[in-house]
Write a protein that binds this ligand. Structure first.
Ligand code: FAS
Ligand code: PHB
Length: 390
């Protein structure tokens, strides 16, 4: 088999790029290790930057997002039994975010791929990139007992943090930066009315909590938990009681509880791999970088990678211009690191750090007070949350 662009990974990054390239007549193949059902069973991000939403529309996948997603032009930070609103629109010239689950946008991307007859190969085992430093790279994967080869011009590693592509870059070429946080997020999805029309990020002496949503009938909640905890340590009742204990009294009083339909613990980590290119291999999304979900930057950082790669590949094939591809890694990393900074800052601002010294705790409190006393500080938060320009 031969294709122009071989894409490893059928998550949002891989599918989005595949769809955008196909719309420009640039042949590509997606190799996904899991089944489609498995990929669609993941519950992950919930907040889309303006830039990601625009990319969904450009990919002709934005109709359901525009119909069912919610435009949010603000959110709350809660502390000391009170809520303070972050007015995104007022501090970004009217910008906002779209609240629409990653599961749904992945479903929309798959539907668009099906509609165009895109080639997304599921259950592709032992995917391996080869000859990355030559002009004839290729992929192999196993289907049952058969090893199948796909010759490509370029290979995109969109295979997430645990994928094969980043590991295909030699150790003396790759530099990895990592920060692991001493806690995780226990997340619950429940068919209940969201407690608040806008997200609430709660800082509490008991730990961080987040009230989010997927629709007016589907709520998403998180609480900070020690890394030693497991999901089995948390009954639904224990989760709801702890969440209420971390929210302002008026919010806790109106919290609608119900059975969890998904419950999982995600560790929090900041991670960047540089460079994001090695020969004909380009890394995109979680394959190259991970952020703690506090700033809702994970999925949105993938979006700018895809945007740069898409335009670089279009310029290569349609205009014979490689400037976009040649500057990809440096350009993508410049924005990735700004998302890293913002995610680290939001996480540092709102979580309880077990090893924090009293001085750190005073700084954390001062940071929050400064945020709500300074237009400049609030503008900085708001412009990062709605998404810095691509
Ligand atoms: P993904 O990991 O989504 O997709 C990679 C795909 O590649 C997967 O389908 C995988 O099966 C496949 N793959 C892996 N190895 C392969 C191989 N060797 N061969 C072929 N295929 C392979 N972001 C937020 O903004 N907010 C959140 O609340 C949030 N919560 C998260 C919770 C969890 C538990 C995780 C893990 C991430 C969360 N994220 C969140 C970040 C998440 O949304 C990612 O940013 C997003 O999935 C990135 O998309 P991809 O780059 O496509 O990577
Ligand atoms: C979510 O709805 O899953 C969500 C929203 C905002 C975040 C993190 C997660 O910062």
């Amino acid at each position: 088999m031969r294709t122009k662009v071989g894409i490893i990974g059928g998550g949002p990054s891989g599918l989005m790029l595949s769809q955008l390239l196909d719309l420009k007549g640039i042949d590509n193949v997606v190799l996904e290790r899991q089944s489609r059902e498995y990929v669609l069973g993941r519950i992950r991000a919930g907040v889309l930057e303006h830039g990601f939403a625009e990319l969904m529309r450009e990919a002709q996948c934005g109709a359901r997002m525009d119909a069912e997603g919610e435009i949010h032009d603000g959110f709350y930070i809660a502390e000391n039994n009170k809520k303070m609103r972050v007015d995104l629109a007022a501090h970004t010239g009217g910008n906002s975010v779209v609240v629409y689950g990653q599961t749904e946008l992945t479903r929309d991307l798959y539907a668009a791929r099906d509609k165009m007859g895109g080639t997304v190969i599921h259950n592709a085992e032992d995917v391996k990139p080869h000859d990355l430093k030559t002009d004839a790279p290729y992929l192999t994967y196993r289907a049952g007992d058969e090893i199948i080869r796909i010759d490509c011009d370029f290979i995109i590693g969109a295979d997430g943090f645990h994928g094969v592509s980043r590991k295909s870059i030699p150790g003396d070429v790759l530099t990895e930066y990592e920060k692991v946080y001493p806690f995780g997020w226990l997340g619950v999805l429940s068919r209940t009315k969201p407690v608040s029309p806008e997200l609430i990020y709660a800082k509490s002496p008991r730990g961080f909590a987040l009230c989010s949503l997927r629709s007016q009938a589907l709520s998403r909640y998180y609480i900070q938990v020690p890394l030693s905890d497991s999901v089995d340590d948390w009954s639904d009742d224990a989760f709801w009681d702890e969440l209420k204990a971390r929210l302002p009294d008026d919010v806790a009083a109106r919290l609608e509880t119900g059975p969890s339909i998904e419950k999982s613990i995600a560790p929090l980590r900041s991670f960047v791999a540089e460079p994001m290119r090695y020969g004909k291999l380009f890394l995109a999304g979680d394959a190259a970088h991970i952020v703690p979900p506090t700033g809702a930057r994970g999925l949105n950082s993938a979006a700018s990678d895809i945007y740069y790669l898409y335009h670089g590949l279009v310029d290569h094939y349609l205009n014979g211009d490689d400037a976009g591809l040649d500057s990809y890694s440096q350009k993508a990393l410049a924005r990735v690191w700004k998302a890293q900074r913002f995610s680290w800052w939001m996480t540092s601002l709102l979580h309880n750090f077990p090893d924090a010294i009293p001085y750190d705790q005073k700084l954390q409190q001062t940071d929050l007070e400064y945020l709500f006393s300074s237009e400049a500080a609030m503008t900085s938060l708001a412009e990062n949350y709605v998404g810095l320009p691509f």
